[in-house]
Ligand binder design. Structure first.
Ligand code: DC
Length: 228
């Protein structure tokens, strides 16, 4: 089979990264979590006082953008790719609530998107890549060989997210999780630049009632149908 670019976009808490990682592993491709890049820039902004009380100092951000270096390096113990920011492994740090609560503000900024999209395209130059996010099929790789748009019922997504959070010892109610998911969907869809939307040529995967194995089989079937 020829070398492919596979774009996986969709709503939050749909299992995009789990799916993208599994597909990349099966194909021997690189997996890139584009959301992690927006999270890393957000962490940088928090640390350097560029974002304070939900306000971004755009001038300071512009001055500093060139000093932000984001890479994905393989952890040889877990075999997972991890996010590094200016030489530091920030994989755990970027998943924390402090970053999560500011990332949608930072990911709206045109200069940030321009920089990250350019890095993402560079990483995809040699194809053999699975990238997940919100604008991969529409903006980053409009010429991707396979575009999947993942979605699932909001309540089902909330239940899955609640389970994950409970496993991490976080105490939160189902109603709070539902509200948070609704808010994030709204922010993702209503953003002026690169809002979340299905590319015209993307295939929808509604995984509300599917197991992980069924989803992976579904995607692999689509990959096998790609013309050589
Ligand atoms: O997938 P995630 O939840 O880790 O993404 C974090 C944030 O980054 C989320 O608010 C949406 C945003 N994002 C984006 O704007 N564009 C992408 N390609 C990926 C993520």
């Amino acid at each position: 089979m020829r070398d492919l670019i596979i774009a996986i976009d969709g709503y939050s808490s749909c299992g995009k990264s789990t799916m993208a990682k599994s597909v990349a592993k099966l194909l021997g491709y690189i997996y890139i979590d584009s959301g992690a890049m927006y999270r890393a820039v957000t962490l940088y902004c928090i640390r350097y006082g560029i974002i304070k009380n939900s306000n971004v100092n755009i001038e300071l951000l512009k001055q500093n953008l060139n000093t932000i270096d984001i890479r994905f390096l393989q952890n040889n113990l877990t075999n997972e790719s991890e996010t590094w920011l200016n030489g530091e492994n920030v994989e755990d740090e970027i998943r924390k609530q402090e970053v999560a609560s500011c990332v949608s503000i930072v990911s709206k900024i045109p200069e940030v998107r321009k920089k990250l999209v350019s890095i993402q395209r560079k990483i995809g130059e040699n194809k053999k890549i699975v990238m997940d996010g919100r604008d991969i099929g529409t903006v980053v790789f409009p010429e991707a060989d396979l575009k999947i748009f993942m979605t699932a019922n909001q309540i089902i997504r909330a239940e899955r997210r609640l389970l994950e959070m409970n496993e991490k010892g976080m105490q939160i109610t189902i109603n709070e999780v539902v509200e948070n998911i609704k808010l994030r969907d709204n922010i993702d869809e209503s953003r002026v630049i690169s809002p979340l939307r299905k590319a015209d040529d993307a295939i929808v995967l509604d995984n509300s009632n599917m197991t992980r194995e069924e989803q992976l089989d579904w995607v692999m079937q689509k990959i096998n149908q790609i013309e050589p």
